[in-house]
Design a protein around this ligand. Structure first.
Ligand code: HPA
Length: 235
């Protein structure tokens, strides 16, 4: 059925997508019941199970970067009947108010990637954005769960170790909240295929404040908060 995901794997309508395959495994093992590993091609683990409220959900890794999430999200949407993909990842903060450990809901993603060149927009640009119904639902759930969130634009970079150390300042000046490496590709695929996508991020490091990066231990507790919010999105 697809090139990079196991044939006939069963996925729920909503798939949570961390970048890291071991994080997908962690979520299945710690938050799902009746779950089954449905794919592990190239070590990209995917699981389908139930939330503690008994709602069906899947979790599968995206790998790192736009090309990788571009492949997996495309195949999930087109070959496995998936309707909603919710990226759950970490980001570097570009704004002082986005502190290490905080949660961001991305409204849109800008990028230095050429992923949109496939659409030949004749000099036009497309602005990939999250689905409003998913965004609103996540925002309302975060309020109910007492999880403070920042809502705004993010930057999906093709480069982690940028040679220009000040590059972030241009996006910071434009009010972009933070940087990760996948959402632009996910949002574009969803727009192209008329499906839904959302991105929920936890700030793991900062370009602007003096705060230290999240430690391994803090990472786990803070990420658990985001995972619970993402799991509440199951229908
Ligand atoms: N840059 C890009 N991606 C990231 C970062 C970062 O600083 N932190 C977490 N994901």
């Amino acid at each position: 059925m697809s090139t990079h995901i196991k044939d006939n794997a069963y996925f729920a309508k909503t798939v949570l997508m961390p970048g890291d395959p071991l994080r997908a495994k962690y979520i299945a093992e710690n938050f799902l019941t009746d779950y089954k590993e449905v794919t592990s091609v190239r070590g990209i683990y995917g699981y389908t199970g139930k939330t503690k409220e008994g709602k069906e959900i899947s979790v599968m890794a995206s790998g790192m970067g736009i090309p990788s999430i571009g492949i997996y999200s495309y195949e999930l949407y087109t070959c496995y009947g998936v309707e909603n993909i919710i990226r759950i990842g970490t980001c570097g903060s570009y704004q002082e108010e986005c502190r290490v450990g905080d949660v961001i809901l991305a409204t849109s993603a800008s990028s230095n990637s050429n992923y949109a060149s496939q659409f030949d927009l004749k000099g036009g640009v497309i602005s990939p954005c999250s689905d409003f119904s998913l965004l609103l639902k996540a925002y309302n759930h975060a309020k109910e769960m007492n999880i403070p969130v920042h809502v705004g634009p993010i930057f999906s970079s093709d480069i982690f170790y940028d040679a220009d150390k000040d590059y972030y300042k241009k996006f910071q000046a434009l009010g972009v909240l933070g940087v990760e490496m996948e959402s632009y590709g996910l949002f574009l695929n969803a727009m192209r295929l008329h499906k839904k996508a959302l991105c929920i991020l936890t700030v793991s490091d900062t370009f602007v404040g003096k705060e230290k990066d999240l430690t391994q231990e803090e990472r786990q507790t803070k990420l658990n908060e985001m995972f619970k919010l993402a799991l509440s999105m199951a229908d």
